[in-house]
Design a protein around this ligand. Structure first.
Ligand SMILES: Cc1ncc(C[n+]2csc(CCOP(=O)(O)OP(=O)(O)O)c2C)c(N)n1
Ligand code: SF4
Ligand SMILES: [Mg+2]
Length: 254
């Protein structure tokens, strides 16, 4: 084995090699989550059929991450854009990738309506409990008591409500043919399996698929590696429970 082989980073085959290293900050969860997504795409062998849509927010830094057809949309509008692509080209596997601000604040009406209509797309929300790209403002997901640029004394649920529980909401308004889960960057093997099941649900033509992935933003959290990990694994999971909420049974013959 040569030194070059040892040092070569192992990345999913569907990633675009020439645009690496990627553009996220060191320690950012987006890179890990998209690696899990890339692995799922590779394992299902669907790279040629995937259309990947990313939002405004740090997710936009993935506009050239995949060697797949990609679209970068306006903030909060990735879900309706990918709905349109899927309706025009039902043979494509459509993925809408966004942050918690894009998914649960400005884009919440799109999420609710796409889920209610059981659109046959996969929506992924990377939940880093704040607005990363714009410098760390409070988001619908910010934890009670958490300090951000716009909640300097800590989020007060009395005046700002409780953090949004995206998968729980989507599970409540979708039919049984939907796939709904919450994974975490702290368990990439499990997250990859969730992405595979969500994509398979779309391939099978069943219905809406939704995966929230707990993510990290060490830049705005101002945390070192150990504190970042501790926050994702211990603090976020106290409120956001990891697991599957809805997984359709396989149809006969599948
Ligand atoms: C219509 C519109 N409103 C507001 C903004 C400003 N803006 C850019 S990114 C962003 C929030 C991003 O947060 P999130 O969606 O959680 O993604 P993250 O960066 O945390 O991954 C906002 C409010 C914008 N670009 N367009
Ligand atoms: S600002 Fe935060 S979310 Fe954005 S790339 Fe950096 S670590 Fe990731
Ligand atoms: Mg965010």
């Amino acid at each position: 084995m040569t030194v070059a082989t040892v040092l070569e980073p192992k990345m999913p085959k569907c990633w675009r090699q020439e645009t690496k290293p990627h553009k996220f900050c060191p320690g950012c969860g987006h890179g890990d989550i998209l690696k899990a997504l890339g692995t799922a795409i590779d394992e299902l062998g669907i790279q040629d059929r995937v259309v990947f849509g990313c939002d405004i927010g740090c997710s936009l830094l993935s506009w050239d991450l995949f060697n797949c057809d990609s679209i970068q949309t306006h903030h909060g509008r990735t879900t309706p854009v990918m709905t349109g692509v899927k309706r025009a080209r039902p043979d494509r596997i459509c993925i809408a990738y966004m942050g918690d601000g894009g998914g649960y604040a400005i884009g919440s009406q799109h999420l609710v309506n796409a889920a209610s209509r059981n659109e046959k797309i996969l929506v992924i929300v990377a939940n880093n409990v704040q607005y990363g790209m714009t410098g760390g403002q409070m988001a619908p997901t910010t934890l009670p008591g958490m300090k951000t640029e716009t909640s300097p004394y800590g989020r007060d649920p009395e005046s700002t409500g409780n953090p949004t529980l995206g998968p729980e909401m989507v599970a409540a308004i979708t039919p049984d043919s939907a796939y709904v889960a919450r994974g975490t960057m702290a368990n990439l093997r499990q997250l990859t399996q969730m992405f595979k099941k969500a994509l398979q649900n779309q391939i099978d033509g069943n219905g809406f698929s939704f995966v929230e992935a707990l993510s990290a933003c060490p830049t705005n959290w101002r945390t070192n590696a150990a504190k970042t990990w501790e926050f994702v694994e211990k603090e976020m999971t106290k409120y956001f429970k990891v697991g599957e909420l809805k997984a359709p049974a396989k149809k006969e013959g599948q």
